[in-house]
Design a protein around this ligand. Structure first.
Ligand SMILES: Cc1cc2nc3c(=O)[nH]c(=O)nc-3n(C[C@H](O)[C@H](O)[C@H](O)COP(=O)(O)OP(=O)(O)OC[C@H]3O[C@@H](n4cnc5c(N)ncnc54)[C@H](O)[C@@H]3O)c2cc1C
Length: 517
């Protein structure tokens, strides 16, 4: 049996960071096991093509069970199945989240994961291209940019927000997250930079790193203790066992990681027994705490003149709005230079319309990920339980109010021919909610199915070790106990950066705060 110090499962955002950082130590051997293949489709590198990657061979093509809170709709949940994982098909927005988000984690049983703990890792992960600032890294693998020639609709959107009294901010990852500004993007010389491009590609020549692509981890190998000793992989119909001398690190993402655990008999015992899986560890938190951000397809506007194609990734400005001072911003608006509608509405032609998508930052609804059967080919039961909580419905409505107020502002007069969705007649609260239920889209940020924390609901502790098991760790989006404000990829990279120090046995970087924050 092949043997390595560490087996990292999944070459996505977190796995790419982990494999790269761990193998900086020449005496640590790592096998990185990834179900997908290399990112060879040229569309992956094209920032404009990201929506077209969904439903292709690099997408696991998951979908939710029908959602009572969104008019019984089934939501497609794309996830990357390729070197780079979801960072090879995402929208490239680089948003850390609000300091208060991470501080809440630390207060809630995740010692060592507050904002000051993660801030040095945000810095270590990135290269900021503009003037040096205490808020940004200067020499990290992820190279960032902001649009130098922003879309004219995005400019007017930001001006419209300012017109309504929302003070512009310099950058979402700077001193103030809230306020209109341009997106910070992981695009280098016109091409997507996935986390694999940033971290893994430069490490590929290392003799202590073995990448096994197109290999699906079907099960964890365990011995009584209980202790994890390795993984069973399947590649082209052949099953192969790989041994981990030190640990297996699951970085297969919010869906992939709990699926591996559940299929290995680690999870809620009653559920597993019901479908005939032998229980190795009763761990109720596996697959629980599933949550996600929603955005609405619409508020859509018919434009007075053709809307030019974006020079970047269609959505060049996100806007976060605070509801109370000192708390993390709650409302999210995304200006998209194209019509964005769900399957429930007819889409106007591309180039004829633009969209202000509305969403909220901290959903209270929690759902589950479960196995439908013991058959590994069966699709999982993904139930984010969207909009189950009244708080979430209220925030969604409030975000839509803001979208329409901004959409109607003078600064957008030159672009606005008329509102298409939800449309001028949609004024009653019940109609507006009914619209949102049909217009709700995933913002593609599912997290939480192996939550970090303390107590029975936690799957891993602050050391990221699986509770009740030796030799098994989780470090990816599934450990996020409560979602951060805005897109989550930058936070996943920072989590993996800090995790890599823990796994290497290094002292974590000293906590620090940017000046004045
Ligand atoms: C369409 C889309 C748009 C998004 N837009 C943004 C954005 O603009 N900004 C942002 O911050 N975030 C965005 N996100 C979210 C962000 O990309 C993800 O949250 C992040 O990449 C998750 O990182 P991860 O390491 O947890 O999982 P992933 O990056 O998904 O990696 C998991 C890896 O594990 C592999 N794997 C799974 N199961 C197995 C198995 N059994 N055996 C072997 N390998 C396995 C997968 O193939 C995958 O490569 C978007 C996501 C999507 C899908």
């Amino acid at each position: 049996m092949d043997s390595f110090d560490f087996i990292v499962v999944g070459a996505g955002s977190a796995g790419s960071v982990l494999a790269s950082r761990l193998t900086e130590d020449a005496d640590i051997t790592v096998a990185l096991v990834e179900a997908g293949g290399p990112a060879s489709d040229p569309a992956i590198a094209d920032p404009l093509a990201w929506p077209r990657l969904q439903g292709t061979a690099i997408d696991w093509q998951y979908s939710t069970v029908p959602q009572a809170g969104t008019a019984g709709r089934v939501h497609a949940w794309p996830r990357g199945r390729v070197i780079g994982g979801s960072s090879a098909m995402n929208a490239m927005a680089h948003v850390r989240g609000a300091p208060a988000d991470f501080d809440a984690w630390a207060r809630d049983g995740c010692a060592g994961w507050g904002f000051a703990d993660l801030f040095p890792y945000f810095l270590r992960s990135e290269t900021w291209p503009l003037a040096p600032s205490p808020y940004h890294g200067r020499s990290g693998p992820v190279r960032l940019m902001t649009p130098s020639d922003p879309h004219p609709v995005a400019r007017c959107f930001m001006a419209a927000a300012a017109e309504l009294g929302l003070e512009p901010t310099g950058e979402h990852n700077g001193p103030r997250m809230a306020g209109p500004t341009l997106n910070t993007l992981a695009i280098v010389e016109g091409r997507r930079q996935s986390v694999a491009d940033a971290y893994l590609t430069p490490a590929l020549g290392r003799p202590n790193l073995t990448v096994l692509d197109r290999a699906v981890v079907v099960e964890l190998l365990t011995v009584p203790g209980p202790r994890c000793t390795g993984v069973a992989t399947k590649r082209g119909g052949k099953v192969r066992a790989i041994r981990a001398e030190r640990a297996v690190i699951l970085a297969a993402g919010t869906i992939g990681t709990p699926l591996i655990l559940l299929r290995s008999g680690i999870g809620p015992a009653a559920d597993l027994r019901k479908i005939g899986i032998t229980v190795r560890l009763d761990l109720p938190g596996v697959g629980a705490n599933l949550h996600d951000h929603l955005l609405s397809g619409g508020n859509v506007y018919r434009a007075r003149r053709p809307v030019p194609v974006s020079k970047y990734q269609h959505s060049e400005s996100l806007l976060y709005i605070e509801r109370s001072a000192g708390a993390a911003p709650e409302l999210t608006l995304a200006c998209v230079a194209a019509p964005v509608v769900t399957e429930a509405f007819a889409a106007p032609p591309f180039g004829s319309a633009y969209t202000i998508m509305a969403g909220f930052g901290h959903p209270r609804s929690r759902g589950t990920l479960r196995l439908a059967s013991a058959d590994a080919r069966a699709a999982p039961l993904i139930d984010p339980n969207y909009l189950a909580e009244s708080h979430d419905r209220e925030m969604f409505l409030e975000a839509l109010d803001w979208a329409q107020a901004i959409g109607a502002a003078r600064a957008l007069d030159d672009w606005r021919e008329g509102e298409l969705l939800p449309g001028p007649g949609c004024t009653a609260a019940a109609d507006r909610l009914a619209f949102l239920e049909r217009a709700a889209y995933t913002h593609h940020h599912p997290v939480g199915t192996c939550r970090m924390g303390a107590g029975e609901a936690a799957v891993v502790g602050p050391d990221l070790a699986l509770r009740g098991f030796e030799g098994l760790y989780v470090a990816d989006a599934s450990v996020v106990p409560r979602i951060t404000t805005g897109p989550v990829n930058a936070a996943i990279v920072a989590i993996a950066e800090r995790a890599s120090d823990l796994f290497r046995g290094r002292k974590p970087l000293a906590p620090c705060h940017p000046a004045g924050n």
